[in-house]
Design a protein around this ligand. Structure first.
Ligand code: ATP
Ligand code: MG
Length: 260
């Protein structure tokens, strides 16, 4: 059984002018336990909508979304979300206090939560930075603390919506490597949303390409059989890049022409 499945999901938004916008229609997708799934698509196609529905923040208009065979009904600690340019660390708490915050709310014993917070900070490469405050850390470090904070709750799944979009190119590459190694270490199932093909081929075990909206759905899924360190200059990497590029090219063109 897949960890997550979308069955023929439809999502129609009602605009403020009272006009319906059918963002998704016949959207179906399955994500297996432990996999790193990248969802790719042109701007405005409905990627964030998919993530919000799986997170339980939005309900589908029709169709079913299941996790471990049960319908998703509202938010759950099992599905942790990391948003685009998220800046939700508490400025008055240190790095380690930020990471253990959720555990404290759940009354996890002090010794255990401190130990867990340290372990996850170490996993994201922030050993030695435990006592620093967010203002003393770089953007990439803050993002890593956010990931550590989410991982400390030991969710069944990580939902990431363009989490590195706001970072500079070098930090972004570093964060991708970091996330790849975290995934190798924890095998937490990840749904990673991006519109960057390079990022998807770097990280994904499978890449789902979405059509341009309205009525977007999955156009196709590419299995990436690259393991270990992936290099952008490898022939295999470039082949996958090209395959995904060709799938998405027409969709980007469609979405641009609709925006005219
Ligand atoms: N709350 C809302 N009310 C009305 N329309 C919405 C709402 N949220 C999203 N939409 C519309 O649904 C479509 C999909 O939006 P969504 O944010 O899911 O796209 P996206 O693929 O994440 O885009 P981007 O790559 O720019 O982040 C867009 O056309 C958007 O305008
Ligand atoms: Mg989005």
């Amino acid at each position: 059984m897949p960890l997550v499945s979308f069955h023929d999901v439809q999502k129609t938004y009602r605009s403020l002018q009272g006009v319906d916008y059918p963002a998704l229609e016949h959207f179906s997708l399955e994500i297996e336990v432990g996999e790193f799934f990248c969802l790719l698509g042109p701007s405005g196609c409905g990627k964030t909508t998919v993530l919000k529905m799986l997170a339980g923040f939005e309900a589908p208009t029709a169709g079913r979304i299941l996790m471990e065979g049960r319908p998703v009904a509202g938010a759950s600690r099992d599905r942790a979300v990391v948003f685009q340019g998220d800046d939700s660390l508490y400025g008055w708490l240190t790095a380690v206090e930020n990471v253990e915050f959720g555990l404290r709310m759940r009354h996890v014993h002090r010794t255990e939560r401190r130990e867990r917070a340290r372990r996850y900070l170490e996993l994201v490469g922030l050993r030695g930075q435990e006592q620093k405050y967010p203002a003393e850390l770089s953007g990439g470090m803050k993002q890593r603390i956010q990931i550590a904070r989410v991982l400390a709750n030991e969710p069944k799944m990580l939902l990431m919506d363009e989490p590195f979009a706001a970072l500079d190119a070098q930090t972004r590459t570093l964060m991708q490597m970091e996330l790849a190694s975290i995934w190798h270490a924890t095998r937490t199932t990840v749904l990673f949303i991006t519109h960057d093909i390079d990022e998807a081929v770097t990280l994904g075990k499978r890449i789902g390409v979405m059509q341009a909206g309205p009525r977007s759905r999955v156009k196709g899924v590419v299995d990436v059989s690259l393991d270990g360190a992936r290099s952008r200059t490898d022939d295999a990497f470039l082949r996958y890049y090209k395959q995904v590029y060709e799938m998405i090219r027409d969709e980007v063109a469609k979405s641009l022409s609709r925006a005219d």
